[in-house]
Design a protein around this ligand. Structure first.
Ligand code: INI
Length: 160
């Protein structure tokens, strides 16, 4: 019989941080609401949720890294919104945000969920922030719940 490790989605007794960017806040506030709602509905105590605002998606990894290094949360949820518009700035911001978030998780071992939207238009972003196509903040919070559980089980297994 294989030993199977699988995450649950219970937030009871878990501590989470949500890092959210102010750029495109019309969208990111909706993503934040989705993420917070998801955590609370899955049993996370509001007192165990820390929300940190930062200027733009480019800065999200820097804040996430500081939080991860403190070691006071089980997982981190990053929410932001990068809209292409007319500027090549989009490619740099979007790619640095994605690379940076992945790097924080790999470097620190703290699970980090990616809830940063990258879209062509504001309309597409709003659709993914609760209007029509779900809420990417909620989805990222589900990922964080699951990974926090898997991570807890894997670290317990190491000691045994
Ligand atoms: N930041 C975003 O979060 N989304 C964007 O669409 C965006 N665009 O398009 O420029 C954006 N830029 C700001 C960037 O994240 C930094 O805050 C800024 O460059 C200062 O470091």
């Amino acid at each position: 019989m294989p030993r199977i490790i699988e995450g649950t989605f219970s937030g009871e007794g878990r501590r989470f941080a949500i890092v959210v960017s102010r750029f495109n806040s019309l969208v990111t506030r909706q993503l934040l609401d989705g993420a917070e709602d998801c955590l609370v509905r899955h049993g996370t105590d509001e007192k165990n949720i820390t929300i940190v605002w930062c200027p733009g998606s480019f800065e999200i990894p820097q804040v996430a890294l500081q939080l991860a290094r403190k070691g006071s949360v089980d997982a981190i949820i990053c929410v932001g919104c990068v809209i292409r518009g007319e500027t090549p700035h989009f490619d740099y911001v979007a790619s640095e945000a994605a690379k940076g978030v992945a790097q924080v998780a790999m470097e620190t071992g703290v699970p980090v969920a990616f809830g940063i939207l990258t879209t062509e238009t504001l309309e597409q972003a709003l659709e993914r922030a609760g209007a029509k196509a779900g809420n990417k903040g909620w989805d990222a919070a589900m990922t964080a719940l699951e990974l926090a559980s898997v991570s807890r089980q894997l670290s317990a297994g190491k000691k045994a």
